[in-house]
Design a protein around this ligand. Structure first.
Ligand code: MLT
Length: 275
């Protein structure tokens, strides 16, 4: 891939390096559009498919780059000992493979945890960051234990319970009957048991980045969903108050997944990054 003409919708793969005991793998991506590169990183346990509305509507403003994190979508599996930092290292390899020097990084929830690691390791590769429905704090003991229990349960029972139990919590009350439920159920079912278990453990072990952005390293935008019960908008706003010069946007009629629940308003936020 030469990283120049992506005005059409391109799908590709980049081989990512072997690291401490981990074999090489492939990162699958979609790329579409012209303008500054906008790297959009999905939440758990989804894939790049969750950014479909953004690929369709933002490609005349941005060179949209949408990977499947390793373990999800069409990318290679992950292994015991996988960490959130490994996801970030993979994304740096992806950019190197595509000869992209810097990006606007937009991560939702798990994608935001990956963004914080990325910002810590590769600040020179970032022109702006957008953190959606995510948090800088590490898990406390209770949350980490719940993730380990979920990892055990998914290995025991398979992934069927996940969409039944998680999906209603992800969507705003007004979107509980929305037509996007079937698509999301399909994405949940597509995630492998091992990816779900290993990513839960990786998230339980993730580093704490609260306070890390107080020095305003990079222009920062925070996005919260009005009815997000997982990462409440109030928490996102408080986080924004602690980051000098940052912007906060509260998306109406959205829970934990504003890019899917209210794409028109979410896309307006992303377009505002250009002004
Ligand atoms: C996500 O949407 O990626 C998850 O809510 C992340 C998490 O479980 O903390």
């Amino acid at each position: 891939m030469d990283g120049r003409d992506f005005s059409g919708d391109t799908r590709g793969e980049v081989t990512v390096a072997a690291r401490a005991g981990q074999p090489k793998g492939k990162i699958h991506f979609r790329r579409c559009g012209v303008g500054p590169v906008l790297l959009m990183v999905h939440g758990f346990p989804l894939s790049g498919e969750m950014w479909q509305n953004q690929l369709q509507e933002l490609s005349s403003h941005f060179d949209c780059l949408v990977p499947d994190l390793r373990g999800f979508g069409d990318s290679s599996p992950i292994f015991d000992g996988w960490s959130v930092a490994d996801f970030a290292e993979d994304l740096a390899c992806l950019l190197e493979g595509l000869q992209i020097e810097n990006v606007i990084f937009c991560g939702l929830s798990l994608g935001g945890y990956v963004g914080l690691e990325f910002l810590d390791r590769f600040p020179e590769k970032l022109s702006q960051v957008v953190f959606c429905n995510t948090r800088a704090e590490a898990d406390d003991g209770v949350a980490a234990r719940a993730r380990r229990l979920m990892a055990e349960r998914v290995r025991r029972e398979g992934n069927g319970f996940l969409s039944r139990e998680m999906l209603p919590r992800l969507l705003a009350e007004v979107n509980q009957d929305a037509e996007l439920q079937p698509d999301l159920r399909q994405l949940f079912r597509a995630a492998s048991v091992e990816s779900i278990a290993l990513t839960q453990i990786a998230m339980a072990n993730r580093r704490d980045f609260s306070g890390q952005m107080a020095n305003g390293i990079c222009p920062t935008t925070l996005v919260g969903g009005d009815d997000d019960r997982i990462t409440p908008a109030e928490q996102m706003e408080q986080w924004s108050d602690s980051i000098p010069g940052s912007c906060f946007w509260r998306i109406k009629r959205a829970g934990h997944l504003p890019p899917l629940e209210n794409p028109a308003e979410f896309n307006r936020v992303l377009r505002s990054l250009l002004s």
